[in-house]
Write a protein that binds this ligand. Structure first.
Ligand code: ZN
Length: 1026
């Protein structure tokens, strides 16, 4: 896969180079060597059949590049009563090579007529010639056949009239509704095009490379307003009282960034330092929740203009809260659309986590105005260039604009989150092949977003912040209004880093390699000496090679460190969750994996950060002096996991117990994460990982404390789901005792730093979940007061979720919450109420929620996936949710855009079923009430000797969130019930071949699909379906 990808990029580069020389203003590249007409004439039988029975003249998924769109004139008239729209467009195109047809995208549009004018026709106002339109829905394409061949290097104007229904879902030009305070339901029409849905709104060349200018006109009734990418120039009154808004022509941009909305929203506006007008729009009753977003977006826009040294190129920027929205937000140029909970902030109902989320999403979408909108990836395989960068910029911008949000301490979690996914064999490279619309959609996942951001963060740490920034400014300036690919980025960064780093390295040599904390360590291997590193920096190609190991191969490396005297022996391998080194497939899964890892480490004898590039499978480093311990991956900036062989872990555990502050807070956080990950891979015993958490009572860094607590809670929930009451009780008692000091010091108010407040929310939620009497009492008291005040009492936002969840456990409380859910105008509050409702122990209540979610009125369809997931997390709801999903599989697929993700999440929490073998095994695990749990594994074949670590790994592998590898647990089939194996297997199928799975649905019913999985899974696990 990596090779063919490289080939494609290479071909594109060649053609790009030629076109750039011939037509510097039109940077369209082509991978095709012969013209479409030649191909068609050669073998017409190889071409598909259009809907009218004629041969469709194009057989590729990608459009031919002989026609280039330059400008679109769009007139759209949506009718919010009949819920449809009529529209017309004129596309000015340039013909690069003579052709007899024009192929463009169109999906679910009724084409009324199409005509063509040459430049001469336009000049002399001659009417257009009518064109024959062929349609090939499988590729979402139409072909316009012209009577006479279009001539090369000439411009033509294509006019198309078309109409369609406003879409039902969340894509294309779709309808969204909201309820007013007075109970009236109002409809708006809104677009969402990324990645391939502009074609649902107007026929177009719907690929990111076909950048063009857009002049948009929208007809509307006077009670509505219309918004689009650019400011409105004028409004014309038409016969019958209709109004027609004309918007300024856009800058050159890709189709997926076009946007327009017809609504009755109100706004609040401000002006950025550069004069750009920024407005936040929401439905009229929610206007009061728009002010924080305005403050944040003004601040962030100023920041980015300064950071990128490039002005935001449009005169205005609108941010709009949409009542029905599939994802978190969409960065349409000049008209960014958001889910309401990602933009609106209600000081009375939004918690500190809500505030952090809103700020992060605004920072993300504004970063896209440069990364994505100004410079766009050539093709969707490199979507990480958009998403990885925008995610990474959240960190950079918030550190400066909102230091009080302390997001820097939370960024490691962005990486930890994707490591779970990336350590499975079913992961994919950051830069991956994507051809069909579904494959393209699959690219929008944690690997593109989070891993993209994490490797950029690692690269910044390697190159230095200053070099990195200069490099990306170079990249953005060079490719403005154009498209770029991976290599273009590495080239820009290399160019800049070369001179800066060379200078830095010389300084380093002069002042001895230990000074400044940024000099490279010596190595026994000559290839890693300073001379080598000078050579490395001189050769731009090295950075490209290094980053290729991170973008073109999937997975995450494990660095195994062994200290022998003053030598450090390093070894790298592929980290695989759920696959033990003893498993037969381990070797095969390691083949050909090698990373260039910029490792960092600190030791007991030096505060300096030592650096080294591990390019080989094994390497050796010399320590200049004797040390008591060594800790790799300083500040968790690197995207790799570290395992310490020999006494390594014991030394670190001793250090944490004696004086944990000798390690940096992010290093402590990283150690907890890595230790539990290693347990899931069978490399470390659960005992050892739990030993590492013994110091937590003294932990002063809240992110590290929360990470330890998270793993202990997962352990508790795993045992609880198994219904082993004595173990559950003992572990509960232990947790409450051990964390008593921190639980007791929590107050029920919104006070303190961001992390103080996050700790309060988490700890009180856990304490109440564990039925801690004082917690339940306080929450019940607040809930009663809130009910008595008819919902008017303001409960502190940080404990709102806990209070509602405790209140939801009585029928009266549950019913009252459901009433309030319907009335609440705060998305943040609604989320908290819905979560609370989903924690009920009564299945009929949970079923009612699912029914409401399916109906889509009280609980919106956009929230159905989150609701099902929350119910599946509830031990009483697991089976219910799972059965529901199985029975309604086909229906859900139609309803939910990202249903695959939901399914994967659901089945990662398999329902509690009879698991005789597993229960027997867990039954051997006992926890004493007064000390840390010590698992004793007796269930493995061959007894416990020498196999504890494998046993522990299997156990933790079943815990949600610990990265159990779906379908890869062959190492421990005997401890796992058939159901669990089959569930994992289905997750594997779903996550690995989602496109394929979706294709199945055109052919098979849901029962047959599960049967299909069953057959395939049975081959993987002979006893999967006992
Ligand atoms: Zn994004």
């Amino acid at each position: 896969m990596a090779n063919s990808c490289r080939k494609l990029i290479f071909n594109i580069y060649l053609v790009f180079y030629c076109s750039a020389v011939i037509m510097p203003h039109i940077c369209i590249c082509s991978q095709f060597t012969s013209s479409p007409i030649d191909q068609f004439n050669k073998d017409p039988r190889a071409f598909p059949i259009a809907t009218n029975g004629e041969i469709f003249p194009w057989h590729e998924l990608r459009l031919p590049t002989v026609i280039i769109p330059l400008h679109y004139d769009l007139l759209i008239h949506p009718n919010l009563t009949s819920l449809d729209f009529v529209a017309s467009e004129k596309i000015e195109v340039l013909v690069r090579d003579a052709t007899q047809f024009i192929v463009l995208h169109s999906k679910d549009l009724e084409i009324l007529n199409a005509s063509l004018q040459s430049e001469e026709d336009v000049r002399y106002r001659k009417p257009g010639e009518s064109l024959t339109v062929l349609s090939y829905p499988a590729h979402q394409q139409i072909a316009l056949l012209v009577p006479e061949k279009l001539r090369a290097d000439l411009r033509y104007s294509v006019a198309i009239d078309f109409q369609a229904k406003l879409a039902d879902g969340f894509e294309g030009f779709y309808k969204s509704t909201y309820r007013t305070l007075g109970g009236e339901t109002r409809t708006i029409a809104v677009t969402d095009f990324e990645p391939t849905e502009a074609r649902m709104a107007f026929p177009c060349f719907d690929e990111p490379l076909f950048k063009a200018n857009f002049s948009i006109k929208i007809r509307r009734e006077s009670r509505h307003i219309a918004l689009s990418n650019m400011p409105k120039v004028k409004t014309i009154e038409l016969e019958g009282g209709l109004l027609e808004d004309h918007f300024e022509t856009t800058v050159k941009m890709s189709t997926y960034l076009v946007a327009y909305i017809v609504c009755d929203f109100t706004s609040v506006s401000g002006t950025a330092s550069s004069g750009v007008k920024v407005s936040i729009y929401a439905s009229p009753d929610k206007w009061s929740q728009t002010h924080y977003a305005l403050e944040a977006s003004l601040k962030l826009l100023d920041y980015y203009e300064n950071y990128f040294d490039i002005h935001y190129p449009l005169p205005k920027l609108d941010l709009v809260a949409i009542p029905d929205f599939a994802s978190g937000a969409m960065e349409n140029w000049g008209l960014v659309t958001y889910r309401e909970t990602s933009l609106l902030f209600d000081p009375k109902k939004s918690s500190i986590s809500d505030k952090l989320w809103v700020t992060k999403v605004i920072a993300h979408e504004l970063a896209h105005q440069w990364f994505g909108n100004l410079v766009t990836m050539e093709w969707w395989n490199d979507i990480w260039l958009n998403e990885g960068f925008a995610t990474y910029m959240e960190l950079i911008s918030l550190n400066i604009t909102y230091p009080e949000l302390q997001f820097d301490d939370d960024f490691s979690n962005t990486c930890f989150e994707v490591i779970k996914r990336d350590s499975l064999n079913s992961s994919h490279p950051i830069s991956n092949q994507a051809k069909t619309a579904i494959q393209i959609k699959e690219m929008f996942d944690a690997v593109s977003y989070n891993k993209g951001a994490c490797i950029l963060n690692m690269l910044k740490d390697f190159l230095s912040e200053d070099t990195f920034r200069k490099g990306i400014i170079h990249y953005l300036k060079k490719f403005s209004y154009r498209n770029a690919k991976n290599d273009d980025l590495w080239h820009s960064l290399s160019n800049v880093s070369h001179q800066l780093s060379y200078r830095r390295l010389l300084n380093c040599l002069e002042s001895d390699s230990a000074s400044g904390g940024f000099c490279y360590s010596d190595s026994k291997k000559t290839s890693n000496t300073l001379a080598f590193q000078l050579a490395f920096l001189r050769k731009n190609v090295e950075l490209k090679e290094m980053m290729a190991t991170w973008t073109l191969q999937k997975g995450i490396p494990l660095v195994v460190v062994k200290r022998e005297g003053r030598s450090l022996r390093l070894q790298q391998e592929r980290f695989l969750s759920g696959v033990s080194k003893e498993d037969p497939e381990w070797g095969t899964l390691q083949e050909r994996y090698l990373w260039h890892i910029p490792v960092t480490y600190s030791t007991s004898s030096s505060h300096a950060i030592h650096r080294h590039i591990l390019k080989l499978k094994t390497d050796t480093l010399d320590l200049s002096e004797k040390t008591d311990w060594v800790k790799f991956n300083v500040d968790s900036n690197g995207y790799y996991i570290v395992h310490y062989e020999g006494q390594g872990w014991d030394e670190l555990i001793t250090l944490l117990n004696q004086n944990h502050t000798l390690l940096r807070p992010k290093d402590r956080l990283g150690l907890i994460h890595d230790a539990f990950q290693l347990v899931s891979a069978g490399r470390l015993t659960l005992d050892k990982a739990l030993d590492l958490t013994r110091y937590l009572q003294r932990e002063t860094s809240i992110p590290a404390l929360l990470k330890g607590l998270e793993y202990l809670e997962l352990l508790y929930r795993m045992v609880e789901r198994r219904n082993i009451s004595d173990v559950t009780e003992n572990l509960k008692h232990y947790l409450l005792q051990y964390f008593k000091p921190v639980i007791d010091t929590q107050s029920w108010v919104d006070k303190g730093s961001v992390w103080d407040r996050m700790l309060r929310s988490t700890v009180l939620k856990l304490a109440c979940y564990l039925n801690h009497a004082p917690c339940i009492q306080k929450a019940t008291e607040l809930f009663s007061q809130w009910m008595e005040s008819s919902g008017k009492l303001n409960i502190p936002t940080d404990v709102l979720k806990v209070v509602y969840s405790v209140g939801a456990q009585t029928t009266a409380g549950w019913n009252y919450l459901l009433e309030q859910y319907e009335l609440s105008l705060s998305g943040a509050e609604k989320n908290k109420i819905l979560y609370a409702l989903s924690t009920s122990k009564h299945q009929e209540k949970l079923m009612k929620l699912i029914e409401l979610g399916m109906e889509g009125k009280v609980i919106k369809t956009q929230d159905l996936a989150a609701l099902l997931f929350a119910i599946a997390r509830n031990p009483e709801g697991q089976q219910l949710a799972w059965n529901f999903v199985k029975e309604n599989w086909t229906h859900l697929l139609k309803k939910l855009v990202f249903v695959y993700i939901l399914i994967a999440q659901l089945v990662k929490n398999p329902p509690t079923m009879k698991r005789p073998r597993f229960n027997f095994w867990v039954g051997k695990i006992r926890w004493r009430r007064d000390r840390l749990p010590t698992p004793v594994c007796l269930g493995l074949p061959g007894g416990s000797t020498g196999k504890e670590s494998a046993c522990d790994a299997a156990d933790l592998g079943l815990m949600p969130g610990l990265g159990r590898s779906p379908g890869e647990g062959k190492g421990y089939p005997l401890q796992r019930s058939g159901l669990e194996n089959s569930m994992d297997c289905i997750v594997h199928m779903v996550t690995k071949s989602r496109a394929q799975l979706s294709d199945f649905h055109n052919v098979y019913s849901s029962t047959q699909i599960f049967q299909l999985h069953k057959t395939e899974c049975n081959q993987m696990f002979p006893k999967a379906y006992e």
